[in-house]
Ligand binder design. Structure first.
Ligand SMILES: *Cc1c(COP(=O)(O)O)cnc(C)c1O
Length: 451
């Protein structure tokens, strides 16, 4: 396209006023950005901005500014986003945000580490031994623990090792879909286990379980319905009773709570369920535990140890970065997830009012409104948490998602709501900057921004 500018045509052409690409790229802000982000991203931004100028959406003089504004803050993908959805554990946004301690642990572990090496003897040592020891110190009722890639992997390993060519007895009320079309019954069957479904969607009794037990039984599975609730005429069997039936009881608690959480009284935790008679508990690391994506297996030593040595365990082996982040999370349980759950609504309102006052002073049409947050796919279905949001015109939603640091809110009845419950206070400045940038683009680039 640059050649067109240099081959001197006679006709007046608005494009001739466009600065040349190489001249634009020589701007110090863009050369600095190219060092940080790589040349290709910057060149793409310039081409994009030239397109806007060519279509008269911006003035030719604004090409550099527009290109700079449209650059992402970092080249890293997946991109960092601010979760203002009011969903504390949003699977599409990477579930739990790691604590500062866990982030530092990840960086520290990213070189070579003693992950499977004993520095005292100079010999091989069990992988992740210190993370497992820390995990056990938090769950006194567990004799042994093993960590795999996610909650689904934990369940797949249990089904493969304990019930291949055998039966898993499970209530029809607990055969859940965990999202994106993945269903736990399909996962279990894919391991070579057979499902022995008992009871009905709303009612399953101890007698239903007892009648299904036979020589083909691998284990009884109790799945916590973490993303829905059945209400009305219901009955299910608690763990203490299930443990009296005979076969091993495996419990998938989903949320990853290790101890009781008083704010979420209906959410199961590993320690309580093991005490109540489960031989094995499986859970996710990146839900209410607030750690990295991983799957926890906790329970009796004679059940967990063979799982850890099963051939499939090697395929589900967890990364050293994950082990480092998990251990740091366990040692510093004040995670962003925990703060999001526990922050007083009054504190959210103060932050919202401060933000709104500074934005209104710049002429941005923002209001502070009451909102309701939820825990999310990670647990506590049906529980709502009082919250506070900034309310902006709906057109802000797309602009905020496409800004240099994307902010993801939710659109409700024609308004873009930025719910502060899942936003860390240190991100408030980022929200203010993003809203200002979105308002500026609102004024200068209306056509593109509305698409
Ligand atoms: C989330 C969840 C899973 C899946 O765990 P992932 O870590 O997403 O693989 C399985 N079972 C239950 C009950 C869950 O809530």
């Amino acid at each position: 396209m640059d050649r067109e500018h240099t081959n001197g045509t006679a006709r007046p052409d608005p494009r001739r006023r466009l600065p040349r690409t190489d001249a634009v790229l020589a701007d110090p802000r863009l050369t600095a950005a190219a060092e940080r982000l790589g040349r290709r991203l910057v060149k793409d931004a310039v081409t994009r901005a030239q397109g806007w100028a060519r279509r008269n959406e911006i003035a030719p003089n604004d090409v550099v500014d527009a290109a700079v504004r449209s650059l992402p803050a970092t080249a890293a993908t997946p991109r960092r986003v601010i979760n203002a959805t009011g969903v504390l554990l949003h699977t599409n946004l990477g579930r739990a945000a790691l604590s500062r301690a866990a982030r530092q642990a990840v960086i520290a572990a990213s070189g070579n580490t003693d992950i499977e090496f004993d520095l005292a003897t100079g010999r091989r040592a069990p992988r992740g031994r210190s993370t497992v020891a820390t995990l056990l110190s938090h769950v006194p009722a567990a004799q042994a623990a093993h960590v795999v890639n996610n909650g689904a992997a934990a369940l797949a390993l249990a089904a493969t090792a304990l019930a291949q060519d055998r039966e898993i007895i499970v209530s029809r009320g607990e055969l859940v879909e965990i999202g994106d079309g993945f269903r736990l019954p399909d996962l279990l069957v894919s391991t070579g286990a057979r499902l022995r479904e008992v009871g009905t969607t709303n009612r399953t009794t101890l007698a239903d379980y007892a009648a299904a037990v036979g020589d083909r039984t691998g284990f009884i599975l109790k799945i916590h319905p973490s993303n829905f609730r059945i209400t009305g005429f219901t009955e299910d069997v608690g763990l203490p009773e299930l443990a009296t039936v005979g076969p091993l009881v495996v419990a998938d608690i989903g949320s990853g709570l290790l101890h009781r959480e008083p704010l979420l009284p209906d959410e199961p935790d590993a320690d309580t369920w093991l005490r109540a008679g489960a031989a094995l508990v499986t859970a996710s690391g990146d839900k209410l535990l607030g750690g990295p994506q991983c799957g926890l297996l906790l329970g009796r030593a004679d059940v967990v140890r063979p799982l850890a040595h099963h051939p499939l365990a090697r395929a589900l082996r967890v990364d050293k970065l994950t082990l480092a982040a998990l251990e740091a999370t366990l040692n510093n349980p004040d995670t962003p997830t925990r703060s999001a759950l526990h922050t007083a609504t009054r504190a959210l309102r103060e932050r919202a009012e401060r933000l709104a006052a500074s934005l209104v002073a710049d002429g941005i049409p923002v209001r502070v409104v009451d909102s309701l947050a939820v825990v999310g796919g990670g647990g506590a279905p049906g529980v709502t948490l009082a919250s506070v949001a900034l309310s902006l015109p709906e057109t802000f939603a797309a602009r905020l998602r496409q800004g240099p640091t994307p902010v993801v809110g939710r659109v409700v009845e024609g308004r873009c709501l930025l719910d502060l419950r899942a936003v860390a206070p240190e991100s408030d400045a980022g929200i203010a900057a993003a809203v200002r940038a979105a308002a500026a683009r609102n004024a200068s680039e209306p056509d593109r921004a509305c698409t």
